[in-house]
Design a protein around this ligand. Structure first.
Ligand code: KG4
Ligand code: ZN
Length: 365
């Protein structure tokens, strides 16, 4: 397919409702004409996590508004949209259903093709949207719901080299913040505290580093933080700001060490197979962490590997990545019809065994 394409994308798999419009002229770099994200953080703030029913209702209410805002920002009308792309999973099923139903309505009403997109493919293809990276490349997807190493070989062709067997790092950051009475989302608040803390005062475990391979585990770290906190409270009757900072620094240092070592192993495995394409890309909210980013850059530099980190707004959940992944699928000749189903689980690598554990997005994929 060689024509210009303008795609409207929808995203509603977790706690961000988003719509975006991406256009790609034939053989040109893709262009984000609009990208609107309405977060739901305040709706879930009282509950210590994302409440699926509240999320689904908010998505159903906000999707139309996001689409209207995206159209207004792009200056386009619906008649100029060539296809509708939608995150059809994996994620919290009520939210995914809201998006899929909205997309079906739009596609049917406009008589344009419908393209279901795997949310993880959206993240994994983002370096092609932002930096025109060519296949193959190694991807580290590290967010509140996911953590995995993927070799991206084509728009729908991914090989998973490893992933978390329990919590995602973002969940661990969020839980650590909760245990220490810091605001949500936990990543930025733990990072800020860690910057003024002593990472050596609390020596926390580095799970699974003693085992070969690229699988990771982060749930033990949360227990370790809980124990370390309780020990300080039992000893001194409470936590000082310095105690909090030192706990955050110890926790962040453990996550950095695990991610750096496992990234090194994933890169060695990837480079053995793809020496001609030395590139690591990251996506996901945790990729915003400056200590993690700096360490990954060092790992890459030491191995002579290029490092691509899309801008933060495109690392976290957004619909531009969904519109773009839909565009790639569509150019590849794929599309869906009204039988498109919303999927709570949807592994990108169909050959890899399912990951265990339930993340903030529900089941891991
Ligand atoms: O990709 P994302 O927006 O949503 C999904 O989980 O899919 O990632 C959100 C996660 C949250 O857990 C948040 O605490 C974490 O990313 N995060 C960070 C930082 N900024 C956001 N984690 C560590 N350091 C940060 N600076
Ligand atoms: Zn995501």
């Amino acid at each position: 397919m060689t024509s210009d394409l303008t795609i409207l994308g929808l995203e509603s798999t977790c706690d961000d409702t988003a719509a975006a419009i991406v256009r790609q002229a034939d053989r040109e770099a893709p262009e984000i004409l609009a990208s609107v994200v309405h977060g739901q953080t305040s709706l879930h703030a009282d509950f210590g996590g994302v409440v699926p029913e509240i999320a689904a209702r908010a998505h159903a209410e906000k999707l139309d508004i996001c689409v209207e805002e995206a159209l207004a920002a792009s200056g386009l009308s619906l008649s100029e949209i060539d296809a509708i792309a939608v995150s059809a999973g994996p994620g919290l099923i009520g939210g995914v259903l809201s998006g899929v139903m909205c997309a079906k309505g739009l596609a049917a009403g406009l008589s344009v093709p419908l393209v279901g997109v795997n949310h993880l493919a959206g993240h994994a293809l983002t370096p092609r949207l932002t930096d025109q990276v060519t296949f193959p490349y190694l991807m580290l997807l590290v967010s509140g719901g996911h953590c995995q190493f993927l070799i991206a070989r084509g728009p729908e062709e991914f090989t998973r080299l490893g992933g978390t067997i329990d919590d995602a790092p973002g969940e661990a950051f969020d839980k650590t913040a909760r245990l220490l009475g810091l605001p949500q989302p936990g990543g930025p608040s733990v990072q800020a505290k860690a910057e003024v803390g002593d990472p050596k005062r609390f020596r926390l475990p580095r799970p699974l580093l003693d085992r070969p391979g690229c699988d990771m585990s982060f749930s033990g770290l949360k227990t370790a933080i809980l124990r370390a906190r309780d020990a300080v409270v039992a000893d001194k009757g409470g936590l000082t700001e310095q105690d909090r900072a030192d706990l955050c620094a110890g926790f962040q240092a453990a996550v950095v060490d695990v991610l750096a070592e496992k990234t090194k192993r994933a890169l060695v495995e990837y480079l053995a197979e793809n020496p001609e394409a030395p590139l690591l890309a990251v996506a996901g909210g945790v990729a915003a962490n400056s200590a993690i980013r700096a360490e990954l850059e060092t790992v890459c530099a030491n191995l002579g590997v290029a490092f691509v980190a899309p801008p933060l707004a495109l690392c976290t959940d957004n619909a531009a990545m969904i519109a773009y992944a839909g565009l790639e699928r569509f150019r590849n000749g794929a599309q869906d019809d009204m039988t498109l189903v919303a999927r709570p689980r949807w592994p990108l690598d169909k050959a890899a065994p399912a990951l265990l554990g339930g993340g903030k997005k529900g089941a891991k994929s």
